[in-house]
Design a protein around this ligand. Structure first.
Ligand code: FMN
Length: 214
C-alpha cells in the first residue's frame, strides 16, 4: 500500500471548487468519443484516496468497457429502472410519468445507458458498514471525472436484474452491489446546479436556528 507519497495525477488541475460547483448529472453521453484507459485509471485512483471506515477499503469497481456488453447491460438497466417505478408508482411507460415530474430526466437515462462509452459498477464485499464506505470514493470518482471533462451520473439497479447483471460479468455471490455510474464525454454542458440554499438546510448551534448567512 502506497501511504507516503503524495503525487496527484498531473491531469487533475481543475480547481476543486470549479469541479464541485459544475459537476452535475450527465445522462446523455457521447457514444463516439472514447474514454481512455488512462482516464479511467486516474478516476479510480482518485476514488481510492477517499475516506472509508477503518481504512478497510471495501469498495470494488467493475469497469465495463466492451460496447457489446454495455449494450446488453443497458437493456437490463432499462428493465431495472422501470421495475423501480413500477414498484413505487405503478408506472410502466413514459406516458404514466406526470408532466413536470422529477423522473422525466432519469427516464431518459434508462434509454441512454446503452450509449455510455464506459460503465462503472461499484460493489463491496458484503458486510456491515460497507455501503457507506463506498460513497466517499464514488464522490471522488464523480469529481475527478468532471475535472477531466467527463460526465457521470450516479444511479442504482433493482433486485429483479441483479442476478443477471452479476452472471453477465462473473461477479461472485458475496459481493454487494451499491451503484452504477455511466461515464463519458457529455452531449451537453456542465454547469451550475439548482440546490436548496444552505441557510435553509443548516442549523446553527441549536436545531432550527439560522446560520449567520442568508
Ligand atoms: C443515490 C442516488 C441515486 C440516483 N439515482 C438516479 C437514477 O436512478 N437515475 C438518474 O437519472 N439519476 C439518478 N441520480 C442522480 C440524481 O437524480 C441527481 O444527482 C440529482 O437530480 C441532481 O442532479 P444535478 O446534479 O444534475 O442537479 C441518483 C443520485 C443519487 C445520489
Amino acid at each position: 500500500m502506497d501511504m507516503v507519497r503524495l503525487d496527484p495525477p498531473r491531469e487533475l488541475t481543475m480547481p476543486i471548487g470549479e469541479a464541485m460547483f459544475s459537476q452535475r448529472a450527465t445522462r446523455r453521453l457521447d457514444p463516439d468519443r472514447p474514454v481512455t484507459d488512462e482516464q479511467v485509471e486516474i478516476i479510480l485512483n482518485a476514488a481510492s484516496k477517499a475516506p472509508n471506515g477503518g481504512n478497510v477499503q471495501p469498495a470494488r469497481y467493475l469497469v465495463i468497457r466492451d460496447r457489446a456488453a454495455i449494450a446488453e447491460f443497458g437493456k437490463l438497466y432499462f428493465e431495472a429502472w422501470w421495475a423501480k417505478r413500477r414498484d413505487a408508482y405503478g408506472w410502466t411507460s413514459k406516458a404514466d410519468i406526470p408532466e413536470g415530474s422529477v423522473y422525466r430526466l432519469p427516464a431518459l437515462l434508462a434509454d441512454e445507458m446503452v450509449n455510455a462509452p464506459t460503465v462503472i459498477l461499484v460493489y463491496s464485499a458484503a458486510s456491515g458498514v460497507a455501503a457507506s464506505s463506498t460513497f466517499p470514493g464514488v464522490q471522488n470518482l464523480l469529481l475527478s471525472a468532471r475535472a477531466l471533462g467527463l460526465g457521470t451520473v450516479l444511479t442504482t439497479l433493482h433486485p429483479q436484474v441483479m442476478e443477471r447483471v452479476n452472471a453477465m460479468f462473473g461477479v461472485p455471490d458475496e459481493m454487494a452491489f451499491h451503484c452504477c455510474i455511466p461515464l463519458g464525454y457529455p452531449r451537453g454542458n456542465f454547469g451550475p446546479t439548482s440546490r436548496l440554499p444552505t441557510s435553509t438546510t443548516t442549523s446553527w448551534d441549536r436545531w432550527g436556528q439560522s446560520p449567520p448567512w442568508k
